[in-house]
Design a protein around this ligand. Sequence first.
Ligand code: HEC
Ligand code: HEC
Length: 271
Amino acid sequence: MKNETTVPAPGAPRQRGRVSRRMSGALRMFAALMFAGGLYLTFAPGVQAQGAAPMSDAAQAGQALYDTSCITCHGNNAQGVDGRGPSLIGVGSAAVEFQVETGRMPAARQEAQAERKQPQFTTDQARQLGAYIQELGGGPQLPAGEDFASKGKVSRGGELFRINCSSCHAFSTGGGALSSGKYAPTLTESTDRQIYAAMLTGPQNMPVFGDTELDPQDKYDIIAYVRALQDDQDPGGWGLGRFGPVTEGLAIFLVGVVALVFAALWIAGKS
Ligand code: HEC
Ligand code: HEC
């Protein structure tokens, strides 16, 4: 290379010199920029914070699940995607466990209400997803353990349920219709953790019952009541959907009055 440049056409060396000086100037500038960029990358607060807090094993497993099943609607790092799914920053592991364990998530399509369906993930996977979202953005968490019902009092739970929940879910926890094609579902399949999570996170049209509205003991009482109704078999006869006095009255009216009418007709026909 050097030999070639030493025997150039006249006038050329000066040009070459200027070009190479410009080139090396640009190179030095580039190197300086790279250096500054590198410095910024290593010391910038955001990057350091991420590097400094490695995720737990559960959260890493959760992230892998998230990246295959949830990312299309909830976006990179759970920041949400316009028109597809909300941000999950701050919803907490309670919301994730509830949504995934009851099969509501991953949602199949946009509808009036994501419904309870056959879950696509095991309980462990739902908790890993929860751990990932929790470590990413924080939010409400469930207490440890599977059995909350035994910590509560059924009778007190019944009172609290009638005040706070029966307007939507009916006295008998059978559920009921709300406006615009939405409805409060029946609670017959909900587990202790799911009932707790529903109160804590208020899925979709359900209000949130934070610890100031219902403290943990209130929640245990309500769970005890709901579980007692789940286990309670109809003691005899026909439950009539347990909708209470209206259906019972209607049944008595229809069966009883029809029987009386036929009895009256029969008596009238005989005489
Ligand atoms: C087809 C799009 C779609 C997919 C896939 C999806 N979601 Fe959702 N998700 C939604 C929409 C829309 C909502 C909000 C409305 C609703 O709850 O129906 C939502 C709501 C949620 C909520 C409730 C947020 C809150 O504010 O309480 C959680 C938690 C959630 N999704 C978790 C997940 C997880 C975890 C996955 C993957 C296993 C997932 N979603 C997959 C669309 C989706
Ligand atoms: C304003 C009406 C409303 C009130 C009041 C209400 N809920 Fe709900 N609840 C809903 C709706 C709507 C859903 C369905 C949400 C969804 O599908 O994401 C729901 C869902 C639930 C579920 C999940 C059921 C399942 O699929 O496993 C539970 C459990 C629950 N509610 C318990 C309660 C309890 C306990 C209370 C009282 C502390 C209560 N709700 C008060 C409207 C209500």
